[in-house]
Design a protein. Structure first.
Ligand code: PSU
Ligand code: MN
Length: 314
């Protein structure tokens, strides 16, 4: 294996034994959540995956090495260091070449998963088509990576700051199945429904695993998006989210913000505008997605017939 890629011993052993592994991205830790909650949340999400019977594998770049399965010190470094580059696929070569630290987005994490052979990723909400993309051309690489990596990405849909109808249109164009977790509607990140239909509904982890297997057996699709509505207790009303997003977009435009800094700025501004309630929703939906992802990873390994019932838990 190339020097630039490090797969932790735990992850390596789990993959070799056919045990369930859930990859986690780190851009949301370094750039998507405020400190110091970010490290707490990252640790909590890993614990949730473990409780669900799967092994968490957070992905990041440490001193120029693309690491699949960060240890506790490395996780802390990503959460606390000042000089952590936000790494989409296009940023990885330079971060590695320069010996930098980097936090991987969904796109960057999928790139690493493809190299290491991981199949399930849990995140909050994927990136997508930004509002006004017809002028800015700002479309997250997350969509393109979904189209080219064999993986099930578990998320509460795409982030609410985006243009959700166009995000779904592009996913359709790219041939990415969008599965609604016990729902016919596409989740809208902080709120349960966008009012837009998913391409099909699944009611269990086994359903999701079967869809992935069918896609991969015939190579009909690579990535599948599993859209999980956020837990109702902390989910926000869509109208409130829309007001906060409008405020955040106006603030971003006032500052002339563009590129990779845009998504973190919008999330942060929405958190202020909702008095922190969007942050609570974000933390809860991350945990919820981690729980579902563990179930799906479990179903996928069992589906492969390599799961050893004697070792149901980590
Ligand atoms: N989900 C969250 N918070 C985040 C992100 C996702 O709950 O901060 C991050 C992910 O890493 C996602 C990235 O891949 O935002 C998309 O950024 P961009 O729009 O610049 O591609
Ligand atoms: Mn972008």
């Amino acid at each position: 294996m190339a020097d630039g890629l490090v797969v932790s011993d735990d992850v390596r052993a789990a993959l070799a034994a056919g045990r369930p592994v859930v990859a986690l991205e780190s851009a949301l830790i370094a750039h998507g959540l405020p400190r110091p909650q970010n490290l707490e949340v990252a640790t909590l999400v890993e614990a949730t995956v473990r409780d669900g019977g799967a092994l968490p594998a957070t992905v990041g770049v440490i001193g120029g090495r693309l690491v699949v399965g960060l240890d506790a010190n490395q996780l802390e470094l990503i959460a606390c260091a000042e000089n952590v580059r936000k790494c989409s696929r296009r940023d990885l070569p330079v971060a590695i070449a320069n010996g930098e630290h980097g936090a991987t987005t969904v796109a960057g994490t999928l790139a690493a998963m493809g190299l290491a052979g991981l199949r399930v990723l849990a995140t909050g909400g994927i990136g997508g088509v930004h509002r006004g993309a017809e002028l800015s051309f700002d479309v997250s690489a997350d969509l393109v990576e979904l189209a080219r990596t064999r993986a099930i990405v578990v998320a509460a849909g795409a982030k609410a700051v985006l243009d959700l109808p166009r995000t779904l249109e592009l996913l359709e164009t790219l041939g990415v199945p969008v599965l609604g977790w016990r729902s016919d509607d596409f989740a809208a990140f902080y709120s349960g429904s966008s009012g837009l239909p998913v391409s099909s509904r699944v009611d269990s982890a086994a359903d999701a695993a079967r869809a992935a297997r069918a896609a991969w057996d015939l190579d009909l699709a690579k990535g599948l998006l599993l859209a999980v509505p956020p837990p109702p207790d902390s989910a926000l009303e869509r109208e409130e989210v829309e007001r906060a997003v409008a405020e955040a977009l106006a603030a971003a435009e006032g500052r002339g913000l563009r590129g990779p800094a845009l998504t973190p700025f919008l999330l942060d501004t929405v958190a202020s505008a909702t008095g922190g309630r969007s942050l609570q929703a974000n933390v809860d939906l991350l945990q919820n997605n981690a729980r579902v992802a563990a179930e799906v990873a479990f179903a996928l390994t069992r589906d492969e017939g390599r799961y050893d019932a004697a070792t149901t838990r980590w």
